[in-house]
Design a protein around this ligand. Sequence first.
Ligand code: MTE
Length: 316
Amino acid sequence: MLIRHTRPSDVKPSEITPRAVFADRRRFLATAAVAGATAVLSPLLAGPAVAGRKLDGITKSPFSTDEELTDYKSVTTYNNFYEFGAGKDDPVENSADFEPRPWTVAVEGEVAKPGVYDLDDLIRPHALEERIYRMRCVEAWSMVIPWVGVPLGDVIKRLEPTSKARFVAFDTLYDPKRMPGQQRAILDWPYREGLRMDEAMHPLTILAVGLYGEELPNQNGAPIRLVVPWKYGFKGIKSIVRISFQEAMPPTSWNIATPHEYGFYANVNPNVDHPRWSQARERRIGEFFKRETLMFNGYGEEVAHLYTGMDLAKFY
Ligand code: MTE
């Protein structure tokens, strides 16, 4: 697997200053005291891949981890977004011309307030929060990403799902002209994902519209994507155009493609191997040594109760 190391010599001086804006000074000083200045300087020196528009009025969330952030460059250049190609550096290269505005999200199904919502109407009633989450990809690498978003549960409450709504389904935009990867049948497009209603309502689940204090770069799922930090990254569907409340469990893209490899739940679980590799350990991008993967990606205290009585080897 390709691991990127950013050398300070790769970075133009003009790219250094804006990154400093995003570093939480207190976190920086605290981490520096422990880790030594060189290690924590790398996030500040990593230049932006694409300059995004700064988001205002962001509050800090108590749900954030204080672990060292993955540098901006890795977060925005080492991506999975098959709509723009299957290679890790394809999304940043092939999504540069994607125009994520104007953007609407269709709300459908078992809900009192269906309709086609302009993105701002869906998000703006809620205060933007910075949520620094550990993210674990099914491919056994991980990152720590400062997302900006709103709790999905707050949005759902406003939409008023009916008592029949047991699941929420999400669709990515289907537009092969704007998303050239969709011209090839790698997946059954559009990309689809879903959550059980209690997972969707859990306070850790967010709809992200930004990262590192900026609007989401295209390659990270502009303008709106799902982030569920205790699940493998593929649950985090990007560029969402449809949210549908349903009684039945919705089909999901990777489960349709290879059901024995990717289940609906996709909870991070070091005890259940992927059929082709172990999930016991992971490589944190930017680090050399592998680390142990934690049950529910370290969010067990918050979410384990959602799965009481379920055999997590069966419901993978
Ligand atoms: N959403 C869509 N629409 N298409 C994709 O290919 N890839 C998923 C998820 N969401 C994907 C997607 C996978 S496998 C991962 S690991 C994460 O996005 C990666 O998010 P990131 O590139 O922002 O780190």
